[in-house]
Write a protein that binds this ligand. Structure first.
Ligand SMILES: C[S@@+](CC[C@H](N)C(=O)[O-])C[C@H]1O[C@@H](n2cnc3c(N)ncnc32)[C@H](O)[C@@H]1O
Length: 268
């Protein structure tokens, strides 16, 4: 299909500007946008046309079409096996890095690592820190391993639920970080965009708090740890109440001023 036909079709069906279309096209084909401005007669291959249609007409995530996400300056591979890392999680990692430095922490665990962004970015920035990472999903863990290899860091990956796979090494761990599934089930069911991401990465049960509740079953194993969680601004107060069974909690804001992170410190 000619570029000019593709633009006119998508403009009409998706009500978007030519510039927006060219921007997306340049990301999908990994070409500079100026390439498309040279010539009106450019032919677009069928595979690209299909991807453009999927993006504009089915709201399929661009990150899954390009298999790429930039996170704190590093490039990660993503596909439908993992959550698309969100910008707020960059704030979580920056908070974790500050905490690791100020408390002189050497051993860190990322629970629910997904694509591996949290564990890998921490290791890349603080190479002296030992990092473990777990995920309940074997296919997510494969992606995280692929990213660690691509970025060139060593992470101790383990498959399993919560802290189960790391129970034997748990005494070494000083800080646990997690961006767990915290979205309410009904919200996911109504959302057009979230339907392409793994449900296991998103679904926090009826009130979005199921992961936090289940984690407190391990309270006795976690009393001497520092923990840092991401959630959303709607359930952070409730999540904080639940997590107070493990230690003293404090709600922290993201860079948009939303109360989204929960720090749990040791009970002194
Ligand atoms: C919200 S995603 C976060 C992924 C990644 N850490 C990030 O921030 O982009 C949650 C991840 O937790 C995993 N998960 C869900 N329930 C879990 C559990 N009970 N134990 C361990 N991992 C779990 C999912 O497979 C998913 O990869």
């Amino acid at each position: 299909m000619k570029l000019i036909e593709l633009i006119s079709r998508l403009k009409e069906e998706a009500k978007v500007s030519s510039f927006d279309i060219l921007k997306v096209l340049s990301q999908i084909e990994e070409k500079d946008i100026s390439f498309y401005l040279k010539d009106n007669d450019i032919e677009i291959i069928t595979k690209t046309v299909e991807k453009m249609e999927k993006y504009y007409l089915e709201e399929y995530p661009l990150e899954y079409l390009t298999n790429k996400v930039s996170f704190l300056g590093l490039d990660f591979y993503v596909d439908e096996n993992v959550l698309i890392p969100r910008i707020e999680t960059e704030d979580l990692v920056l908070l974790a890095i500050e905490l690791i430095k100020s408390k002189k922490i050497n051993n860190v665990l990322d629970v629910g690592t997904g694509s591996g962004v949290i564990a890998i970015t921490i290791k890349k920035n603080l190479p002296h820190v030992n990092v473990w990472a777990t995920d309940i999903s074997p296919s997510a863990l494969e992606i995280a391993k692929k990213n660690a290899k691509k970025i060139g860091v060593f992470i101790n990956f383990k498959q399993g639920a919560f802290i189960e796979p790391i129970i034997e090494d748990l005494s070494k761990i000083e800080l646990i970080i997690s961006n767990p599934p915290y979205v309410e089930t009904t919200y996911i069911n109504k959302s057009k965009q979230l339907k392409y991401e793994p449900r296991i990465a998103l679904d926090g049960g009826v009130d979005g708090l199921e992961f936090f509740r289940k984690l407190t079953l391990y309270s006795d194993n976690l009393k001497d740890k520092t923990l840092l969680f991401e959630t959303n601004e709607f359930n952070s107060t409730q999540a904080s109440k639940i997590l107070s069974q493990i230690g003293k909690t404090k709600i922290l804001q993201d860079s948009f001023g939303k109360e989204r992170f929960i720090l749990v410190s040791n009970l002194d």
